[in-house]
Design a protein around this ligand. Sequence first.
Ligand code: AMP
Ligand code: MG
Length: 486
Amino acid sequence: MKTLTELKFDNRFARLGDVFSTEVMPQPLEAPRLVVASEAAMSLLDLDPAVAEEPLFAELFSGHKLWSTAEPRAMVYSGHQFGSYNPRLGDGRGLLLGEVINDAGEQWDLHLKGAGKTPYSRMGDGRAVLRSSIREFLASEHLHALGIPSSRALCVTGSSTPVYRERPEHGAMLLRLAKSHVRFGHFEYFYYTKQHDELKQLLDHVVECHFAECFEHPEPYHSFFREVLERTAELVAHWQAYGFCHGVMNTDNMSILGITFDFGPYAFLDDFDARFICNHSDDAGRYSYENQVPIAHWNLAALAQALTPFVAVEQLREAMNLFLPIYEAAWLDLMRRRLGFRTAEDDDKALVQGLLQLMQDSAIDYTNFFRELGSNAPEQALARLRNDFIDIKAFDAWAATYRQRTEREGDDQAERQTRMHAVNPKFILRNYLAQQVIEAAEAGDYGPVREFHAVLSRPFDEQPGMERYAERPPEWGKHLEISCSS
Ligand code: AMP
Ligand code: MG
């Protein structure tokens, strides 16, 4: 276990030089205080959980103090936003503080979001508000606990610094951890500015640090693209299987590591709705739940374009054609498990699609359905669940097929329940619950956000006494407009 001052930095990205990032010092927040910290994320840096209580913790994560070996830098990137190319984005309010190597030899980027203006701030103030910082914190750690690849969050620090959005709010900072902060948009920036030597330097850096096995292939860059494509397809399969809507799948928000990255107006589905749009500024529904699959493919094409100086178009095209099959296989595998199947049968896809259509038609709670399905033997579980469906005849037909399919699995209910509960969360990050803990935190009470975070860190456990966090939203909580401003 380490103290805060014992963290060791080795800043490889900073060493790439000023073409890739600019040195910027964090601008401190007034009267910093710790809102919430993740012990699980602290353990990635070997930090003793007790250090979160030290004043130094809030000072380091609010821009007041800095390790002498940290080298805060704003990265440059560009990207396609809602389909249009924006030639210059970059870290407008977040700084890569540096890279820490833990005792296991893993390297973690420390990125402080909300740290003030940078050369890439454009019209922005360089700040983040408490509301959006809490939302990113909760989602990062919850996705990880669900087994969905994500950037991580160490802590949120609140302050009295005023920040103006649709209303006056308080400034906050989030300390994000990820093995890399390189996005698809980094590659697009060097490609579209025709800096091909630098593009190659970036490519070599990313492959060396994060995809070293690709160097064993005769064509390492081709193999790298295939790997990014595979990870991205598998990531989106997880999002779809668990009802996670990212909301702003611009290419600058796509991690090169295939992890969930840059949280905005995200949502988990409450009632199943394939056309659900969580971002209320997304009028056309470009980033609706069901569009996440074709959009991930589109984004990979944008990355492929940026790699054309180094990988043959034919090879890129071939890899692109693998996206849908990889996605489908990963998604179907997850859905089979959610239904309690250990084996694969040809008709499983139709069975899953049939269920989703029924859920859509009857506005069924996407999380609770699967949890309840595993809680009792199929016959009893289905008898209970059928009351929630409007077209009972259609549900009964589906249920009969499901029961027969389950019988062919041939296991007992205890085993089935253990298996299903391990993949079907009891607790999911529902926006109406996030809203409640945010309002408490804005009023200075951090108890609720800490409790909610603790619940969401063990989403598959029963957690007696915490049942209220598993409830479907009340009417007011169903159609919350989550502001995109952050
Ligand atoms: P996002 O929508 O958070 O992914 O951000 C898109 C771009 O806008 C990135 O370049 C951000 O760094 C930048 N940005 C977002 N909010 C702010 C802000 N308040 N101040 C400065 N830049 C910002
Ligand atoms: Mg972003």
